[in-house]
Design a protein around this ligand. Structure first.
Ligand code: ZN
Length: 407
């Protein structure tokens, strides 16, 4: 894309202001002198930018007692309380809406089953639920809403904020971002849930210490989010990392994608429940019962040595390992993080997954690879928090807040 010279200057200003804000955020408290040193920007520019950030209420001055005594130095720190955003997860069965402050701290959240949506029409339901949530939870005297993020499974175009295809809710080409901005008058961020969660692991979770990581999520399906060189690995179509449809067993069960033996037909929660149900019905000995069959129950049974549960989870782990080995060969990540109810049987599944990866991945890629639990197992709103923080620290959302103040 070509920018006019004026647009270029504006863009550079935006990037510089964002880097100054990011330093204050990282350092918690920092003087203007240190800001100039760390950012390598001229002191006069620092003065101007911090004045702008302060006028918008994004940062404030605090007195910092110098260790040598004498006159207290003035430091700058981020102002977190007045700015809040919503982070929503439109799941397969549930909608979660959470209110976070600008630093990402969760203030309150709310969960509702999607089968209560009139006519199974989830988009009007989502908009109505958000409106209600704002009415109940936002304090208009002291808080201002700066963004709404929505993450969901399915194919999402992040650039335009469009749900391209979400078969579970019968959604196709829904310009959700535009709809939210129109209804609530704030920027909106829409993205695939697992991809956004991999970014949350990078920013605040178990992948903070790496540049390259993969999040593998085992839920009703199996999905992945790939972080490459500290960025979400994606492409023009926003459609990558469909690990659930890697064919693991050519003679396996049919998959909803039209193929056979996809990882999802073996290693998703649904597939695990199906396998255990089949074995119980065949009369195999187990402490599990059909009436109370959940992934949690299967993990508990496996942890107490139930042979049937152990066998099923071992097979699942072995095949997950095979699929992970393919990802390892392609991306050579430092960490593979696993999210899903099955991590409740971690002492059983992780050694098996590791063994399988060792067998199938390139020998030189394996020694430094860490396979471990994802940090955010049950915090769906962290996915949207990552999207909002990304835009804030890269400058887009920050400029919006500054311009809103000027307007
Ligand atoms: Zn498939």
């Amino acid at each position: 894309m070509k920018h006019s010279p004026v647009a270029n200057i504006e863009f550079i200003k935006q990037v510089n202001t964002a880097s100054v804000y990011r330093l204050i955020d990282e350092q918690k408290q920092i003087s203007r002198v240190d800001l100039a040193k760390l950012s390598e920007l001229a002191p006069a520019s620092i003065t101007k930018m911090t004045r702008q950030l302060m006028a918008a209420g994004l940062i404030k001055e605090v007195a910092q007692q110098a260790s040598t005594g004498g006159r207290p130095a003035i430091s700058l720190t981020c102002e977190t309380e007045p700015f809040v955003f919503l982070s929503c997860k439109l799941g397969r069965n549930n909608l979660t809406i959470a209110l976070h402050d600008i630093a990402g701290t969760k203030l309150v959240d709310y969960n509702v089953a999607l089968n209560t949506a009139p006519n199974n029409d989830v988009i009007p339901f989502l908009l109505a639920q958000i409106a209600d949530f704002i009415n109940v939870n936002l304090k208009p005297d002291t808080q201002s809403l700066i963004a709404i993020a929505v993450t969901s499974p399915g194919l999402i175009d992040r650039e335009s904020g469009t749900i391209v295809y979400l078969p579970k809710h019968n959604l196709k080409d829904i310009p959700l971002g535009k709809m939210l901005t129109k209804a609530f008058n704030v920027p909106a961020f829409i993205a695939n849930h697992t991809q956004s969660l991999s970014l949350a692991e990078l920013y605040f979770g178990a992948a903070q210490d790496c540049e390259d990581s993969v999040l593998l999520s085992v839920h009703d399906g199996v999905g992945s989010g790939i972080i490459n060189n500290g960025k979400i690995f994606t492409n023009y179509n926003n459609q990558v990392g469909e690990i659930g449809h890697i064919r693991i067993d050519p003679l396996g069960l049919p998959c909803h994608c039209g193929s056979h033996g996809c990882l999802e037909t073996i290693a998703s929660n649904e597939a695990i429940l199906k396998q255990v149900t089949g074995l119980i019905k065949q009369g195999h000995e187990t402490s599990l019962t059909l009436e109370a069959l959940t992934i949690e129950a299967i993990c508990n049974a496996a942890n107490s040595g139930d042979e049937l549960a152990v066998q099923v989870l071992q097979r699942v782990s072995k095949l997950l390992g095979q699929a992970i080995a393919i990802i390892v060969n392609l991306f050579n990540p430092q960490k593979v993080l696993i999210k899903g109810e099955i991590v409740a049987a971690k002492n059983l599944i992780f050694p098996m997954i590791e063994h399988s990866v060792q067998q199938h991945a390139l020998g030189s890629f394996v020694p430094n690879l860490i396979i471990s639990e994802a940090e955010f197992q049950n915090e769906p709103s962290m996915a949207g928090v990552a999207l909002v923080r990304k835009s804030l620290l890269e400058g887009g959302l920050l400029s919006y807040i500054i311009n809103e103040h000027d307007a």
